[in-house]
Ligand binder design. Structure first.
Ligand SMILES: [Zn+2]
Length: 245
């Protein structure tokens, strides 16, 4: 018996109220707004039962990160690899690449030597911490979007995944040319490109006039960057005070 008005969010197939999974695509029938439990579910079932090949997903992610995030938030969950699992894998790989090559990824961010060393060693944690930070800045900037923090974090995680992929291209090139410390100019360019990129992704994800939305999203990324530098500064001071006291 099909229940009127009940449809699979992933494929649009009509569902019966008694079904736990969609008969057509297999997505859970109780898929609703994103909650914390979905973040965990994404991490546990990382790469199971995705409809597209990794290459097709990669292309979708590179050509439209905001659209991929929008699909996921709107309930089309089986179309793409989940945001948090994707980021975890990419961040793990880039942290490994940094360890193996000794690439000085944080050399030019104006931090003192001690926290830079520590963060270099825990680069993966630093990347993961940016998901709630960036998601929170988006929630602040896009209050009228009526999304919860986890939904903003979906966009943050997919966009940070692409940024991690870029690093996976940069590190081998830097290693091959024995220039393991990026120049100040390269780092400034990197951040400027990141703010613009996140603006572009945000304009795909949030509704509203594209240019205004892009500007707001770029501002959210800049705000997240400043908060990160501020938090690292506070952490470094607390750490130094602990060591001297
Ligand atoms: Zn379905």
């Amino acid at each position: 018996m099909v229940t009127p008005g009940l449809r699979c969010l992933n494929c649009g197939n009509a569902l019966a109220g008694t079904e736990r999974f969609c008969g057509q695509c297999g997505q859970r029938a109780d898929t609703t707004r994103l909650r914390f439990v979905d973040v965990i579910r994404d991490l546990l079932h990382a790469f199971a039962n995705v409809e597209r090949t990794p290459l097709a997903f990669l292309w979708a992610l590179l050509s439209g990160p905001g659209r991929v995030a929008r699909d996921f938030v709107d309930g089309r969950r089986r179309r793409h690899y989940g945001p948090f699992a994707t980021l975890t894998v990419i961040v793990g790989t880039s942290a490994l690449a940094i360890q193996l090559t000794g690439y000085q990824v944080l050399a030019q961010d104006g931090l003192a030597a001690a926290p830079t060393d520590l963060l270099q060693r825990h680069f993966n944690l630093l990347q993961i911490a940016q998901v709630p930070l960036l998601g929170g800045c988006c929630a602040l900037m896009f209050r009228s979007a009526r999304l919860n923090l986890f939904e903003h974090m979906v966009l943050a995680a997919y966009a940070l995944s692409v940024r991690g992929l870029l690093l996976l291209v940069v590190i081998p090139v830097a290693f091959a040319s024995s220039s393991l410390v990026p120049s100040q100019m390269a780092v400034q360019l990197f951040w400027a490109a990141w703010f613009a990129y996140f603006g572009w992704a945000g304009a795909q994800f949030y509704r509203g006039r594209p240019w205004l939305t892009a500007l707001k999203a770029a501002a959210a990324a800049a705000l997240a960057y400043l908060s990160m530098i501020f938090l690292i500064g506070v952490g470094a001071r607390a750490h130094a005070a602990l060591l001297s006291g």
